[in-house]
Design a protein around this ligand. Structure first.
Ligand code: ADP
Length: 810
């Protein structure tokens, strides 16, 4: 718009100038002077002629007048011949010719005019004659002049009028453009005013917000000077706004120990733009009150930037009360935790103390010769056994819960055959299943369930709870256990479903809570603590899995548990353990030492082992065990852990270290410490295995013989030969001996890293177990499991055993 107006303005000026020029030309054309000049040529010529006539009559006295007339005539000619005004007149060729004749006449007369009077007098007749000849030309020139100037005038007028019309039009457009410009400017002005009003509104709103904010708000410029300090800030820091504004913020409200850091932070931001506290959300820091008191604040700072200015806006809150409350809460929590810890310690001690007598009761029951009892007595005995087992499971539940609550549960991973674990668990529930008139089905839906890595012990505990519940709450129905590896490969899903009483929609949300037993007619008859699912959920979470329940009341329930159990590569057929029938066929009666300070427990264990075909000797404590092991070479030592004076762990380590007759004997721990942490501690101490009290007939007849067979090298060897064939076996054995020799060299070299040696021992252990070289196998296993305390003795023993074995081979 501005450009258009400027263009129009330029055009108008240009037109105005043209008009001026044209008017000038017109005025010249119409000027009297110009016309008069032409007419005057004729008049002056006549006067000149008259002067000639007079001079001829009167002689020399009036020659001066004649000369003056000539000069006037001469100048008239010069004006018409030279002045640009007469350009148009001169442009016509006939006029040019006339002017030339005029000039020639004048030029001819000049010598006479300038000469002496006598000469001039003599020339007068010729002059008159010449002037008469020239006169018609001059007349014609004058007339032509009048005509020419009339034409010029008419043309100039037309031109002026055209230019004036153009000028008027241009002015009109200019006026319209100016009006439009004014309208636009007015619009802009109105808009600017609206924006200004809006800004004013926003500003007043912002000011109201800042003023009424409950948080202290400080605005600081890049030099650290406070430029705004609201009412809340006055309350928080004790300064009035007048006192604060203009002051350095760091001097006023930043405690001395933070001042340098604050100033560095500001400088760094201004230099590099790097933000640490700015725009970092809520930050907790300390601030300084006018009174000198340092107090905790929560603040957030943001930088408001535009092209030429940056300011920092800080929102601060005094959190002294909040911090005090938090500290109070932490103290209360610590106290509560201490109370909780004391409670769980009490529970754990109580449970341990209850287990020992229970162990005695249940063990004695197993030993009673039922054949000589009446039916009534057998029923009473069964009642005692059922109640005793129930009591034991309650004690275990409470102990588990208190332990899980007291310490965070960590999953303990081992490699195990998941399919076998599930089948064994289901087998162990068959009696309960039958007792309820149920059928139980197992579906192992994936073929990648043989060897997995995970926490077998805790998984078993969860499955026991779920399968136990399914049977407990189902009568004459079907319990199904499905195991399937999910698509992602890591996770195995366990689905335990039943066709039992189900759980109502209202109750299903509660069943994983502590001590919840749904009050149904059925469950009132059943036994439980309401802790099974609570423990299961905690264990599942600790293993990184999840569990959920679905149920339709009256139709049945489905418990789905998903756990990460990655596959491990292992040849199951080769590492499978010898079957029970192998053991039963074994004619050797193992010599076993039972070590326990509790007479009843020792007696029960001894009787169970005797009934299972062991030759048994007894030791009533760690000391006695060490003495016996020094002299006699036992096949098995069953060692109680908690014993006065010398406990089980110490006795084990002494027996292993002493190099006595039983230094390499299989030693199995027997403990009432059911928690996983305790079990791990015991295993790490170097025991070959661990059995939980009360010792059961099943453990004696299945678990112990598995270990004892390990000793019978020949059996393992035969297994391997039958699998590999004699030629391959011989080859593999030779390779193994080479490997073992290399391992021995590394083991003997001082300074080898324990973890490396243990990894190698693990690998070699695999070969030894496959080939049935069980003496090496045991030492390798010992090395692999040994912790820092027992590493040296395990290493020494292993070196001795390997040297002996390898020298025999060579
Ligand atoms: P309990 O020791 O009583 O079995 P749990 O925590 O294992 O405690 O179970 C809590 C409650 O959930 C049980 O008392 C029972 O009412 C209900 N429940 C658990 N499993 C089932 C199931 N399979 N069918 C029906 N009800 C069940």
């Amino acid at each position: 718009m501005g450009l258009i107006v400027l263009g129009l303005l330029a055009e108008t000026i240009f037109l105005s100038r043209s008009v001026v020029d044209q008017l000038q030309r017109l005025s010249i054309a119409t000027s009297d002077n110009v016309q008069w000049n032409l007419a005057q040529v004729e008049v002056d010529f006549l006067r000149f002629q008259t002067a000639i006539d007079q001079a001829e009559r009167e002689g020399a006295p009036i020659l001066a007048d004649l000369r003056t007339r000539f000069d006037i005539l001469y100048s008239r000619h010069s004006i018409i011949a030279d002045s640009p005004i007469y350009g148009e007149l001169r442009a016509a060729p006939e006029n040019e010719e006339r002017l030339r004749s005029f000039r020639a006449f004048l030029d001819r007369a000049i010598p006479d005019m300038d000469g002496p009077d006598a000469g001039l007098l003599a020339a007068l007749p010729q002059l008159r004659q010449d002037s008469l000849a020239l006169r018609p030309d001059l007349r014609a020139l004058a007339l032509d002049g009048v005509k020419t100037f009339a034409e010029v005038e008419a043309r100039s007028r037309a031109e002026v009028s055209r230019t004036l019309i153009k000028l008027a039009f241009s002015m009109l457009v200019l006026i319209v453009a100016l009006l439009a410009t004014i309208a636009v400017l007015y619009g802009l002005f109105r808009r600017g005013q609206a924006v200004a009003d809006e800004n004013q509104l926003v500003r007043s709103r912002f000011e109201a917000m800042v003023a009424s904010s409950l948080d202290a708000i400080l605005v600081v410029d890049t030099h650290g000077r406070i430029i705004a300090f609201n009412g809340a800030a006055e309350g928080v820091f004790g300064y009035s706004s007048e006192e604060a504004v203009g002051e350095q913020m760091s001097d006023l409200i930043v405690p001395e120990h933070l001042r340098d850091a604050h100033n560095h932070g500001m400088a760094r931001y201004i230099e590099t733009g790097e933000k640490r506290v700015i725009d970092a959300g809520r930050v907790r820091l300390e601030a300084l009150h006018k009174s000198g008191r340092v107090f905790p604040v929560e603040l957030s700072i943001s930088a408001a930037e535009n092209e030429d200015r940056t300011v920092f806006v800080s929102f601060l809150r005094d959190i002294s009360q909040q911090v005090a409350d938090e500290e109070e809460l932490v103290r209360a929590r610590d106290e509560a935790q201490a109370g909780e810890k004391a409670k769980s310690e009490l529970l754990s001690v109580m449970s341990h103390e209850m287990r020992t007598p229970l162990n005695g009761i249940l063990g004695s029951l197993e030993l009673i010769d039922r054949e000589n009892l009446t039916g009534q007595q057998v029923r009473y005995l069964d009642a005692i056994r059922v109640s005793g087992n129930l009591l034991l499971s309650h004690v275990n539940d409470v102990l588990d819960l208190s332990r899980i609550n007291a310490m965070s549960v960590r999953a303990e991973e081992v490699e195990f055959a998941l399919d076998e674990t599930v089948r064994n668990l289901v087998d162990s529930h068959m009696a309960l299943t039958k007792a309820h008139g149920n059928e139980m089905h197992v579906h192992l839906n994936s073929d990648t369930l043989s060897w997995v890595r995970g926490d077998e012990l805790r998984l078993k505990q969860c499955l026991l709870n779920l399968i136990g519940n399914a049977n407990k709450f189902t009568a004459d129905g079907v319990v199904t256990v499905e195991v399937e590896r999910l698509d992602d490969g890591e996770v195995v899903e366990f689905r335990i479903s039943d066709t039992g009483i189900g759980i109502s929609e209202d109750d299903i949300g509660k069943i994983f809570d502590d001590f919840v037993m749904i009050d149904t007619a059925y469950s009132r008859g059943s036994s439980g603590t309401g802790l099974g699912l609570a423990i299961t959920r905690r264990l599942v979470t600790a293993m990184g899995g999840e569990i959920e329940a679905d149920s339709i009341e009256g139709e049945g329930s489905l418990f789905t548990m998903r756990l990460p159990l990655p596959v491990v590569q292992r040849s199951k057929s080769i590492s499978a353990q010898p079957s029970r029938s192998d053991l039963e066929e074994s004619q050797n009666q193992p010599l076993t030492l039972v070590v326990d300070d509790n007479d009843i427990n020792r007696m029960i264990a001894a009787d169970m082992l005797t009934q299972a075909g062991h030759r048994v000797e007894e030791a009533d404590g760690g000391k006695a065990a060490i003495l016996a092991a020094r002299k006699t070479r036992y096949d098995l030592i069953l060692m109680d852990i908690s014993m006065p004076e010398v406990d089980g762990i110490e006795a084990l380590q002494t027996i292993r270290a002493e190099n006595g007759a039983s230094a390499e004997t299989l030693i199995v721990a027997l403990t009432a410490h059911a928690a996983t942490e305790d079990q791990d501690r015991i295993r790490r101490a170097g025991f070959d295995d661990l059995l939980i009290k009360p010792l059961s007939r099943r453990a004696v007849t299945t678990v112990l013989p598995l270990h004892l067979v390990d000793n019978q090298e020949e059996d393992g060897k035969q297994d391997a030969i039958s699998i590999l064939g004699p030629a391959k076996y011989a080859e593999a054995l030779a390779d193994f001996h080479e490997e073992a020799a290399r391992f021995l060299t590394r083991l003997e070299k001082p300074g080898g890293r324990t973890s490396d040696l243990q990894a190698e021992a693990h690998e070699l252990w695999g070969s030894a177990s496959v080939l049935g070289v069980s003496s090496a196998w045991r030492h390798l296993q010992m090395l692999e499991r040994a912790d820092a305390e027992v590493w040296d003795s395990a290493r020494k023993q292993a070196i001795g055993a390997f040297r002996e074995n390898l020298s025999e081979v060579s």
